[in-house]
Design a protein around this ligand. Sequence first.
Ligand SMILES: Cc1cc2nc3c(=O)[nH]c(=O)nc-3n(C[C@H](O)[C@H](O)[C@H](O)COP(=O)(O)O)c2cc1C
Length: 367
Amino acid sequence: MSTNNTLFRPFSLKSLNIKNRIVMAPMTRSFSPNGVPTADVAAYYRKRAEGEVGLILSEGTVINRVSSSNDANIPHFYGTEALAGWQNVINGVHAAGGAMGPQIWHMGIMDNHHSGWVPSQPFEGPSGLNRPGNTNGNTMTDADIADTIAAFGRAAADAKRLGFDCVEIHGAHGYLIDQFFWDGTNQRTDIYGGKTLPERSRFAVEVIKEVRKQVGEDFAIIIRLSQWKPADYNNLLAKTPQELEAWLNPMADAGVDIFHCSQRRFWETDFEGSDLNFAGWAKKVTGKATITVGSVGLDGEFLAAFGGASSNPSSLDELLRRMNRGDFDLVAVGRPLLADPHWVQKIRDNRTEQLKGFSKEALAQLV
Ligand SMILES: Cc1cc2nc3c(=O)[nH]c(=O)nc-3n(C[C@H](O)[C@H](O)[C@H](O)COP(=O)(O)O)c2cc1C
């Protein structure tokens, strides 16, 4: 099976034109003091473009709500200084022949950060909960919800204005949008709550519609989703293919071009009777392009890595088998690209003996 033929085909969708199928997964680095991406951050992304990553997705970057972040060093995607920082980032990436989209983010209800920093207003979410039984903030009012939707739209408009190639909405991993999806954190009795997943998806659908309205028809919109939550790794928001279809299609109709299907291990399946993974199912039920992710090229998953576990390089054969079958369009790679800007070139040139794997020490600096 040829890695080159499979992973090194170009891909085009609306505003997005990329030279290969490899996407740098969004990874929070917390190197942006007071929310402003520095020259070091710009250099870090530029190196990935020079290293021939097809599409770079930025670390999560927060929208303009007072309590959208729990960490003073996570970049903002609003305000003159932060947007000037992002302008440097995208200019550098484009100068090196790359393509990039910011991952726009509102964290929702969080635990307090270990640094002790807290936003000047309480965290906010659908029901004040970040996991069942744990309240650490306010329940959003209608006005909060409307302003948050508008803030997502403004961030997307700014992404387009600065020259980014696409935008990704962070709808995964237990953060704000996902807190609306999950009945464990959404106990609202108004139109943003409800017994069914499609009812609890109304907030996401309204965010997507606003983003689409702000960027126009020709700008590519990605949404990142996960079935799992940090509070419940085995959670399935959609328990059957039918529920998956009922969850995703309203988002596709609202304007999503690409579903970024977050898994910890890309080879795992959600529904019995098929070996399709989340991205495979999402493509099958929506007909939209999808991105797979999760331990590509590594033998250990990323949450264990936060606990200090190291991962070694592993074969891409299973990934290529699925991709050659047409299960998904793009492949996101996280830790290997965090640790090594030249990962793509090593894969392309079959220099497997030079692959580094991943250890926690890589998190300490931007290389
Ligand atoms: C240091 C680190 C920070 C991350 N931050 C984000 C983030 O900001 N947004 C997001 O959607 N996922 C985030 N993730 C998850 C990655 O995007 C990716 O899904 C995960 O690492 C699995 O891919 P991998 O096995 O190739 O590393 C992060 C992962 C790591 C290792």
